[in-house]
Design a protein around this ligand. Structure first.
Ligand SMILES: NC(=O)c1ccc[n+]([C@@H]2O[C@H](COP(=O)([O-])OP(=O)(O)OC[C@H]3O[C@@H](n4cnc5c(N)ncnc54)[C@H](OP(=O)(O)O)[C@@H]3O)[C@@H](O)[C@H]2O)c1
Length: 304
């Protein structure tokens, strides 16, 4: 059996529970995976709350990004064998906060030996999103990247990617995140009153890209700083970005392998700030749902 964390009704966290399910065989193109670590993302609670629709049959398994070891290989899969260490996004209909899950081979890459399972579990969604968000509009060295919500899972990695490319990185976060944000080389700006004016003092000519990880009024307030409206990209609130003349953050297929290499070289640290055992997956989700996570919060199924 595979102990799996699910929600059994759309809405609040009361519907979440740990259940035992049979270990499923991978279908064509899929890998069966023994999960070592699964990272938490805002999308976990957004799906459960019904914010993104109510399409999944219930109970629905939670957790979208994992790292683990291949236990079974589906038909038509080349390049993977039982025993391989991999990381990947969980296949639709399956969940990562579980002892076993299913990952489509096209959504997986080999886990580099030098990357821990904990760090690897943050790559398929958070790190790959940070990569896409810093490449969708190409900046040159010396250009300015403003990241709203820089202290969270995607933001801290986006700031480090920006520094690798020698962008001037400015990030907004709460005061509690000052030192971790500054450790990435970014200029820290606390959010709050007169944010646009304070940012303008630091970037008098405006910024070449706004990567928005917060949305709503936080984005509206600073949008005027973008040197052109199309230089606004949002992972958190595509509708507001589009209304302002920007766009949604688009995920690419290349980013997974590319950011995995960058992390293996030690150029970007996923900043895993808290680990919870599977029995306490609900606390891990709640910590992200509270909206003030620092770096990545993970569920560690097997400590390695
Ligand atoms: N489209 C995609 O593929 C995709 C993929 C990944 C994530 N996302 C979305 O991108 C967003 C960020 O994801 P994440 O994983 O980085 O979330 P996260 O780890 O929960 O971090 C969010 C961060 O925003 C900060 N924050 C809250 N209000 C803020 C404000 N007004 N100004 C500046 N910072 C503020 C929070 O802490 P403090 O308030 O303490 O600073 C927190 O550190 C979410 O909406 C998520 O759903 C989309």
């Amino acid at each position: 059996m595979s102990t799996t964390y699910v929600f059994n009704r759309y809405g609040g966290p009361e519907g979440q529970e740990l259940v035992d399910r049979p270990v499923l065989e991978p279908g064509p193109g899929e890998l069966g995976v023994k999960v070592y670590a699964a990272a938490v993302n805002p999308v976990d609670w957004k799906i459960r709350s019904g914010l993104l629709g109510q399409r999944q049959p219930l109970p629905a398994a939670m957790g979208r990004e994992v790292a683990g070891i291949v236990t079974a290989v589906g038909d038509g899969v080349d390049g993977y064998a039982v025993g391989d260490e991999i990381l990947g996004a969980v296949a639709p209909g399956h969940g990562g906060f579980a002892k076993h899950t299913i990952v489509r081979a096209v959504d997986a890459v080999a886990k580099p030996e030098e990357v821990s399972f904990a760090d690897a579990s943050t790559i398929p969604i958070a790190a790959a999103t940070a990569y896409d968000g810093t490449h969708q509009i190409e900046l040159e060295a010396g250009q300015t990247l403003l990241i709203l919500g820089v202290g969270g899972g995607v933001g801290l990695m986006a700031a480090q990617i920006g520094k690798v490319h020698e962008f001037t990185v400015i990030g907004t976060a709460s005061e509690s995140k000052r030192s971790i944000v500054e450790s990435t080389g970014a200029t820290f700006v606390p959010y709050g009153e007169n944010l646009a004016r304070r940012l303008r003092e630091i970037a008098p000519d405006g910024v070449d890209l706004i990567l928005d990880l917060v949305g709503g009024d936080a984005l509206r307030e600073v949008a005027e700083l973008a040197t052109a409206p199309r230089r606004i990209i949002s992972a958190a609130d595509p509708a507001t970005a589009i209304e302002l003349g920007g766009s949604a953050l688009n995920r690419s297929t290349e980013s997974l392998a590319k950011i995995t290499d960058v992390i293996a070289y030690g150029l970007v640290d996923p900043h895993v700030s808290a680990r919870f055992p599977l029995e306490r997956a609900g606390e891990a989700i709640a910590a992200v749902e509270a909206g003030h996570a620092t770096g990545k919060i993970i569920v560690e199924i097997i400590a390695a």
